[in-house]
Design a protein around this ligand. Sequence first.
Ligand code: GDP
Ligand code: MN
Length: 383
Amino acid sequence: MKFLEYQVKERFRAAGIPVPDGRLARNPDEAALAAGALGSVVVKAQVPTGGRGKAGGIKLAGTPLDAKRAAAEILGMTIKGYPVREVWCETSQEILRELYLGLTLDRDARKPVLILSARGGMDIEEVAQTHPETIAKLHPDPWRGPLAFEVRDLIFRAGLGPLQAQLTPLVSKLYALGRTYDALTIEINPLALTRDGGLVAADGKLEIDENAMFRHKDLHGADESDEDPMEAEAKRRKLTYVRLDGAIGVIGNGAGLVMNTLDLVEREGGHAADFLDIGGGAKAEVVHSALELLAGDPRVKGILINIFGGITRGDEVAHGIIDATRDLDLKLPLVVRMTGTREEEGRRLLKEAGIPPEASASAAARKIVELAATGTGRPAAAS
Ligand code: GDP
Ligand code: MN
């Protein structure tokens, strides 16, 4: 789960990491008011993605009128697919130098890694490519966290020795915050060295590991409507769903089987619209819910259901399919392959309902690709 910059900064402030004063604005007039109260401001698009500066989503405004204009412009933008609904207006900083400070997960080292660089700002990725030596890293022991001497060493390795006194507590606070939130990434870029010699978090990013959300039920991240609507709906239905770019809706039980089915569809020249795993032991309602989800996706031109019954029962799945096609008045081509537990019963039910199952997974994949391409719809009952 990702947070918006202002939500991250609220948490920075609470943790004692200095941030500029700011206000949220939902329209240009509110931005003018914020500038009236704060003075010279920077108007910043609030979207859950980086690269806002380069996309024109960050503008300096010296007066309330400037702020109003800047907000009007930014609120009309879409950045990397996210429409801007709010801007954060904060006291603009006189930045002498832009540093980078972040904590992320190093999967190779199987440890969190603190990253510090004297060359932060919008080109940090490029710096990492061209001058990796200017980026200092520290893998603290995950049980005891970073020790004082390790943090000092990190700061000196980054060439930031003169700022040691100010940086040391920031590194510790960011680390603690990241661990508290089970962050995949928590980052200050830029960490601004200002004219008066202070360090201020001019930007903030925080992404929490979805697998840890049960420990953070009280948290609300970036507006859910910013999420892919299909994925959000699937989540509400407790389905394991991943959106892909093709036109064939794929449903299977078990991640391995679904992956395999995606490959079969590709092999037949088709492209799947999704990965949808109904899991083991799925009941008729789950099958119904999965079909309903895909039927509501205008991109889907045909649906392929691949079931290998272990604890999942063929008759149960068949009932789900039959009820759903009737309730939803499903006109899309639908192809089923079913084998395993209660296979005979399931196949018989499907056949009677006019959805005769295919003999093999490859045959099923071939058929759905063909039907979806010609858009002929579901074969009439008992054909
Ligand atoms: P991002 O592009 O999405 O990472 O957005 P940032 O919040 O990092 O802003 C991008 C850039 O805008 C920063 O690297 C700064 O150079 C600049 N910027 C942000 N806030 C201020 C500010 O208060 N004063 C000045 N002068 N520049 C700022
Ligand atoms: Mn940034």
